[in-house]
Design a protein around this ligand. Structure first.
Ligand code: AMP
Length: 226
């Protein structure tokens, strides 16, 4: 049913890491999202955690950025090109660990910034330059204010778990961040639910998005009436 990871056209370096992760077949969200993201299109994705959505956006982002990987010691050669926003520290860490794993042979750099710990501990890594930054919204804005992070070269923006962002009151922060991003960019929004508010947010940040929805894992049991 699903195409193989090879058939999706991912680079040999990414395929090698995917194989080492033990993945043999793309999950439904991966089979649908990977070609669309590779093609450079915006995505409105309906998927919850546990569906494999991190690789669904992470693998094609790594593939698109891989040609720009380099070993230069100059921070200027490692601008943030992909920004992934997550609502919580736990999710941000988990997403960045996955990106590191899938990207370990690409030469791309990634890191994760979140609140609740001294910002000073995060400064050396972000100042050295990373192509892929995973962040919680408030702490990202702290870094922007301190000028340790610039968002002027972001090519791909991901808003993960948008419905939880909304619930946690992050919309003003997200609007501030959107205003700092280049207009010319690829944007992906993932959410487990699509309320009117999420649709409004999607309208404000996506251009001609491809809608991708996968069934909730427990959909069958959810609809069983006892
Ligand atoms: P996620 O929804 O991205 O948090 O992923 C849920 C879990 O599924 C993670 O533990 C992944 O390592 C795992 N996973 C993701 N994609 C695949 C795949 N194609 N085959 C097997 N496991 C996967």
């Amino acid at each position: 049913m699903s195409a193989s990871f090879e058939a999706l056209g991912l680079s040999p370096e990414i395929l090698r890491a995917v194989a080492e992760s033990g993945y043999t077949t793309p999950t439904p969200i991966q089979a649908q999202a990977i070609p669309v993201v590779l093609a450079g299109r915006d995505v409105m994705g309906g998927a919850q955690t546990g569906t494999g959505k991190t690789a669904g956006f992470g693998l094609p982002i790594l593939h698109r950025l891989q040609p720009q990987a380099n070993a230069s010691p100059s921070p200027a050669r490692h601008p943030v090109r992909a920004l992934i926003l997550a609502p919580t520290r736990e999710l941000a860490i988990q997403v960045e660990e996955s990106i590191k794993e899938y990207g370990k042979y690409t030469g791309l750099r990634s890191t994760c910034v979140f609140g609740g710990i001294d910002i000073k501990t995060q400064l050396p890594i972000v100042r050295a330059g990373v192509e892929i930054l995973v962040a919680t919204p408030g702490r990202l804005l702290d870094h922007v204010e301190q000028k340790s992070v610039s968002l002027s070269q972001v090519e791909i923006f991901v808003l993960d778990e948008a419905d939880r962002m909304l619930d946690m009151g992050f919309i003003p922060d997200i609007k501030r961040i959107l205003a700092l991003l280049p207009k010319e960019r690829q944007s992906l929004l993932f959410s487990a639910t699509f309320s009117e508010e999420i649709k409004k947010l999607a309208d404000s940040m996506l251009r001609n998005p491809q809608l991708i929805e996968v069934a909730r894992r427990n959909q069958v049991t959810d609809t069983v009436t006892h």
